[in-house]
Design a binder for this molecule. Structure first.
Ligand code: ZN
Ligand code: ZN
Length: 396
């Protein structure tokens, strides 16, 4: 339940969203379960959804997360190889002096696949260029070759009416990669400025998408799959590409569910149903429901309360499901903060082997009194493996 953790809010009697919402099923799981609170990464560290999901899956985000690029790339289905350097990109409009006129190219909606094809597949100094469009003006660039580095500054100047930046190496070994990146950006302008898609946009008085501006460089590390790490076959059900990307890099199978949008209109019932049947095939299934986080970012307290209640109803079929179940969040997104915070999230684990405690409600304050106490996200998979008797002994 992405971002469902919260802080007290005067608009709802000084309670948190979970304390205020009426939740029959989650409270029921808390009563039957072992409860606690969890720091997704570590106390006081504000997680992103990507780094938090990495930690919950048992990866040290400080080791495997070098930037957002590789996770975006995996999210839109690019298969990365170790050593690939990936960037998030915007299609932007620049003038002939390379001054950015619109860094989202008018939020271009059509034709980006043709523009992407025009630059995809080229080679610069023996480095392979992979470029794929994402939603609207976004795209992903991957550099594939020997001895590349991600210690680079952004080309994207992050605001309009500024000339594009030259990417600068931030370490000595990054000079060649910076040169290649700068060549790519110039080349993208040369190819895209007269592309038929842009000639048409110019004719219709729309800002052209005549350059690609990379940012957020990250190198894809050696990452052991969930199967290698835990000998678990695993699957992921998520609406948003960032979470799908994390799970894909962890070698998990991505199951697409009709109506699972990652938005507030997402079909939670369908996700739960598909997750339940996926357990016939996989040992471990993770489901991400993004909507609570969106209400948190909007500061919409009544929307977040309603969403918590909607999720609670959708969890009803899980009462009949016999397996180890974990209910938690990747981080808190307090409606009063409108962003993520480091506040620990509630966690409930139910199953035959758990030590049932006295907690009766699924919320941040009640769960803190439970038998799990306060755990860290990176330990969660180990706890789950122990509770299902899959752990090996450390020592004699
Ligand atoms: Zn999140
Ligand atoms: Zn968020």
């Amino acid at each position: 339940m992405d971002g469902i953790g919260d802080r007290p809010d005067d608009r709802i009697e000084g309670k948190t969203v979970l304390q205020y919402a009426t939740m029959k099923n989650l409270d029921g799981f808390a009563k039957k379960g072992m409860n606690g609170i969890m720091d997704p990464i570590a106390p006081g560290i504000v997680p992103g959804s990507d780094t938090a999901h990495l930690a919950l899956l048992g990866y040290n985000p400080y080791e495997v997360y070098t930037g957002r690029g590789p996770f975006e790339a995996a999210g839109i289905g690019i298969k990365l190889k170790e050593g690939d350097v990936a960037f998030r990109c915007n299609f932007a409009a620049v003038d002939e002096k390379l001054v950015v006129k619109d860094r989202r190219a008018g939020r271009i909606k059509q034709g980006t696949n043709e523009l992407a094809k025009a630059v995809d597949g080229m080679k610069i100094d023996d480095v392979e260029i992979i470029f794929k469009e994402a939603v609207e003006h976004r795209g992903v660039l991957v550099l594939r070759g020997k001895a590349l580095s991600s210690n680079l500054s952004d080309v994207d100047p992050h605001s309009n009416n500024i000339r594009i930046h030259e990417s600068k190496p931030l370490s000595v070994d990054a000079k060649r990669t910076a040169d290649i990146l700068n060549k790519f950006v110039k080349e993208s302008y040369a190819i895209l400025k007269n592309h038929p898609v842009n000639i048409k946009r110019n004719r219709n008085n729309l800002p052209p998408a005549n350059i690609i501006l990379p940012r957020g460089a990250g190198i894809f590390p050696r990452m052991r799959s969930m199967d290698e790490k835990y000998r678990l076959s695993s699957a992921c059900i998520a609406g948003i590409s960032l979470v799908k990307g994390v799970c894909r890099l962890a070698g998990m199978n991505i199951i697409d569910v009709k109506g699972a949008t990652g938005g507030v209109d997402t079909n939670i019932d369908a996700k739960i149903k598909v997750a339940m049947s996926a357990l016939n095939k996989y040992d471990f299934v993770v489901v991400n429901i993004k909507a609570p986080d969106l209400f948190g970012h909007d500061g919409d307290v009544s929307g977040k309360v309603k969403m918590a209640e909607k999720i609670d109803k959708a969890l009803e079929p899980l009462k009949e499901l016999d397996c180890l179940k974990i209910f938690t969040a990747d981080h808190s997104t307090p409606v009063t903060v409108k962003n993520h915070s480091a506040d620990p999230v509630p966690i409930t684990i139910t199953g035959k082997s758990v030590r049932v405690d006295d907690v009766k409600n699924f919320d941040e304050i009640s769960c803190a009194k439970g038998a799990l106490c306060r755990i860290q996200g990176m330990g969660l998979m180990n706890i789950a493996r122990d509770l299902t008797n899959r752990s090996e002994k450390f020592g004699a």
